[in-house]
Design a protein around this ligand. Structure first.
Ligand code: CA
Ligand code: CA
Length: 169
């Protein structure tokens, strides 16, 4: 008979934890917030379909991280910004790509044509970057300091299981 109250308590805790997560949007297990206006809006860490890293016919381009300019007034040039995963794989934006306030870019895997109008930059690498089980996304400013960092796991942060996790609205 003692089991019932214990279960009820555990259940209540778990429900309120979910409610808190819902209120905050997708609350990451770990995040370090910096004052930078450029932040990681979200990540499609698990490309839809079966992972296939062939440059032709594969689905690496369906894996992406979205970076957004959250400033209300400042324009950001992506040139020099660096994205890194937990294993140390890195991508540096080598070309000028301007983000107006509220504008965003999707950094996709695979090969394609970078386009300011279509808000897309390709890594020119057909290997997957963001691990499906969990990873850490590091974003650094051109001069070196952190711009944003988010650690995720599939089990803790992707509640609907669609392969996408949002960090900032
Ligand atoms: Ca992946
Ligand atoms: Ca999701």
């Amino acid at each position: 008979m003692n089991i019932r109250p214990v279960l009820a308590t555990a259940s209540a805790v778990s429900v309120s934890a979910f409610a808190a997560v819902a209120l905050l949007g997708a609350a990451p297990a770990y995040a370090t917030e910096y004052s930078s206006a450029l932040k990681v809006r979200g990540v499609q860490y698990d490309a839809p379909g079966r992972d296939d890293n062939r440059c032709s016919g594969g689905n690496t381009a369906q894996e992406y991280v979205t970076l957004k300019n959250y400033s209300k007034s400042a324009t950001i040039n992506l040139k020099g910004y660096l994205v890194k995963d937990a294993a140390g794989n890195r991508f540096t934006f080598t070309r000028s790509h301007t983000l107006q306030p509220g504008d965003y870019v999707r950094l996709r895997g695979g090969k394609g044509t970078d386009s300011d109008a279509k808000n897309v930059v390709y890594r020119n690498n057909c290997n997957f970057l963001w691990n499906n089980g969990g990873d850490t996304i590091y974003l650094y400013k051109p001069s070196g300091p952190h711009s944003d960092t988010h650690k995720y796991t599939k089990s803790a942060n992707d509640r609907d299981g669609n392969g996408y996790i949002g960090f900032h609205s």
